[in-house]
Unconditional design. Structure first.
Length: 719
């Protein structure tokens, strides 16, 4: 019967501090944190970081945009919770390394040569045999064979006694670097996380908190918004226009911006863009001069995409390019034809400069904000065809095809034909209430499906695509032909005269009643298209009223007065009459301008009239009566550089190397231990007992043990 003294002692009491330390140093906790980091990084990859808040509202809606913003998903890599998890991952992994490294190092040096010979029978890979050599020769042969194969060997000579048998235990080890792979892989995680913490916004935020810095969103910058020039880590944007220099970069944070002074000035001499034959850009490069006021030296360099310049520990990347204040000349053009033939006053402005007032007869208090000049515009014109190949008779236009000509200027998918279509200007018209629409107009007409058209784009918000009004260019490549036609369409007398000419040509001269009917139909179609509808008044007299007009007015008229089964035939007839009357109206307007009449038998004239009908119909949807066409420009480029100081970069590189080494060691290096027990037998030979242990049991392990067994137990030649 056992006494109380023989019972196991009570385990020591667990403390809260010990439990926390045990949790932090556990591998399961580190893996959980790493999983959260991976999920957060995936979210940061899917959700574009650092976008304007309006973009997120458009993408997710007001409610979810606010929820995601509160969670910090728009700047996920600098949110407090992400940095906190990253810090805990560093602590947890470091504790794992600290707890397991001593044991790994001890095990790395230990060959376990003290194992009992009876324990070898418990291994899966084991063998026994007798070799005819004496013990000393068998021992030397085994050690020599294992040494040649690269095994690390330790020997233990046992003299026997106390129930132990005399003999020699040879312990060999191969693939010990597998254990070091654990240390390397876990150290890599710590180094990469530390490098990320150093190079992120953490240091900037700590400085802003310690120095009570205030972010700004624009306007004058005070000293309360400036970081130290000796800031050890930052990632900022530097804007430099051609011919200018700057030493102040901007850090974009979630609540505003901070100014990061540089220890040198960057001067942009020239921004260069090289193009392929298709017009697509292939190289962006900035020729810069670095001015160092500390030693009054200069250094010239060229910054290209993926080819940064490093100076004084600061890396300068080519991030993007913008307009640096180009001088532009804009010509106001009234879409109703007002002032046609007169010299309109030109507008001189600077891209991204001060707003300019429009003339009082245009939009009153509306101001122009010139926001962009693009000298090169590469568009996909793969579906463009010659007028002769795909011309359309204007007398056969169907109202059902109207939707094909409205909306976006985007081309359907297919084979691409990239063409540089020339410069474009982008501007905003802002009213007295602060509301603005954005407009984009091309300087020269684009050749779309064989027809040269001027593209006049408009959008209500930056999140939308531009919607284009396509106005055909006349035989002189200008807007004048279309403007004359629209001006004539608004003139009641010219409409009446054009109807008379059309009716006289379209009806037999000996059928006056048909001439009258055709005249009435043509007048009604032309008035509907012009937006003038005659309705009976209170006394029964005709009263003209205005509407949006266009093809939609004809469609509404047909739906109201024509039975459904006759609408398609009536639509074709009415549109054919409309196109004929418009053709006469066009020639009448040319006659008034002193120009010769055009023949409708020519394919180019048919294409012009087809697009004119569509653009006249769409013109009422254009939000302003005036467009600003680019008349001339003097381009001035600017480069946007990303300037970074990243002391953790080399730490991250070292971590990546260790991660590769560690993963390779753990996956592709198999640790094997081999024990060979040798003792003499009564016949003068040597009894051999051997066993092999491996971290992973594979077919290679079986084959390797078989080779070793054969080599160890094989008799020597001549024995």
């Amino acid at each position: 019967m056992s006494s109380l003294a023989d019972l196991p002692s009570t385990p020591p009491e667990r403390t809260f501090k010990g439990d926390v330390l045990e949790l932090l140093s556990s591998m399961r906790f580190a893996i959980s944190l790493l999983t959260v980091i991976c999920v957060a990084s995936a979210i940061g990859t899917v959700v574009r970081q650092g976008e304007p808040s309006n973009n997120y509202v458009e993408q997710f809606g007001p409610f979810w945009a606010e929820v995601y913003g509160a969670l910090g998903l728009y700047r996920i890599y600098s949110t407090p919770w992400f940095l906190l998890i990253l810090a805990f991952l560093v602590i947890s992994t470091s504790l794992c390394i600290a707890r397991n490294t001593p044991r790994i190092l001890v095990d790395f040096r230990n060959h376990k040569e003290g194992i009992r010979e009876q324990a070898l029978n418990a291994f899966h890979h084991r063998a026994e045999g007798v070799v005819p050599q004496p013990l000393e020769q068998a021992q030397a042969r085994v050690q020599h064979m294992l040494s040649i194969a690269g095994w690390s060997i330790k020997r233990q000579v046992r003299t026997g006694g106390a129930g132990r048998e005399a003999g020699v235990m040879i312990a060999a080890r191969l693939g010990a670097a597998n254990k070091l792979g654990y240390i390397a892989a876990h150290s890599a995680i710590v180094l990469v996380c530390l490098g990320g913490l150093f190079d992120g916004d953490l240091i900037v935020k700590v400085q802003a908190w310690a120095q009570n810095l205030q972010t700004f969103r624009g306007g004058n910058v005070t000293d309360d918004s400036r970081l130290s020039v000796n800031n050890p880590a930052y990632r900022a944007q530097l804007f430099v226009a051609e011919g200018q220099r700057s030493s102040s970069a901007v850090l974009n944070l979630d609540k505003g911006m901070l100014l990061q002074p540089l220890p040198f000035e960057v001067e942009l001499k020239k921004f260069n863009v090289d193009y392929y034959a298709t017009g697509m850009p292939k190289r962006f490069a900035s020729d810069i001069v670095i001015h160092d006021p500390r030693n009054q030296t200069t250094q010239t360099a060229t910054v290209e995409v993926n080819h940064p310049v490093v100076y004084d520990g600061v890396t300068i990347f080519q991030s993007s390019f913008e307009d640096g204040g180009s001088q532009v000349t804009l010509k106001p053009v009234f879409l109703n034809g007002q002032g046609l033939g007169e010299e309109a006053p030109l507008i001189q402005g600077v891209v991204n400069g001060d707003p300019l007032p429009l003339a009082s007869d245009a939009r009153g208090q509306v101001k122009v904000e010139i926001t962009g000049l693009r000298v090169i515009n590469v568009e996909n014109l793969s579906d463009s065809k010659g007028a002769g190949e795909d011309s359309t008779d204007v007398r056969g236009v169907n109202l059902a095809d109207l939707s094909k000509h409205l909306g976006s200027g985007a081309k359907p998918p297919g084979d691409k034909k990239l063409v540089n279509v020339g410069p474009s200007i982008t501007y905003k018209l802002r009213d007295s209430a602060g509301q603005a629409r954005e407009y984009q107009n091309y300087m020269v007409p684009l050749n779309l499906n064989g027809q040269a058209v001027f593209m006049l784009g408009v959008r209500d918000t930056p999140a939308e695509n531009f919607r284009f009004l396509r106005i055909p260019a006349d035989d002189r490549g200008s807007l004048d032909g279309w403007l004359r036609l629209r001006l004539a369409l608004a003139d009641e007398g010219m409409r009446h005269e054009a109807v008379g000419r059309f009716a006289a040509k379209g009806a037999p001269p000996n059928r006056p009643e048909l001439t009258q009917q055709l005249s009435v139909s043509a007048q009604r179609a032309l008035d509907l298209f012009a937006g003038v509808i005659v309705t009976p008044g209170a006394e029964g007299e005709p009263v003209p009223t205005t509407s949006a007009g266009g093809l939609q007015a004809l469609s509404d008229f047909i739906e109201k007065v024509v039975p459904e089964h006759e609408r398609e035939r009536t639509s074709e007839t009415l549109v054919r009459i409309l196109n004929g009357a418009l053709s006469e109206l066009m020639n009448l307007s040319r006659e008034k301008a002193g120009l010769p009449a055009l023949s409708m038998d020519e394919a180019s004239v048919q294409a012009f009239m087809t697009q004119s009908v569509l653009s006249l119909s769409d013109a009422s949807l254009y939000p302003v009566p005036v467009v600003l066409m680019l008349d001339g420009f003097e381009q001035r480029q600017a480069s946007v550089f990303q300037v970074t100081r990243t002391p953790g970069r080399n730490v991250v590189y070292l971590g990546c190397v260790l991660l590769i080494v560690g993963v390779f060691a753990m996956l592709y290096i198999r640790e094997r231990r081999l024990w060979v027990w040798l003792h003499s037998d009564d016949a003068g030979g040597t009894q051999v007992r051997m066993a092999l242990s491996a971290t992973r049991h594979t077919l290679d392990t079986d084959a390797e043990f078989e080779r070793i067994r054969t080599a160890v137990l094989a008799p020597t030649p001549g024995a």
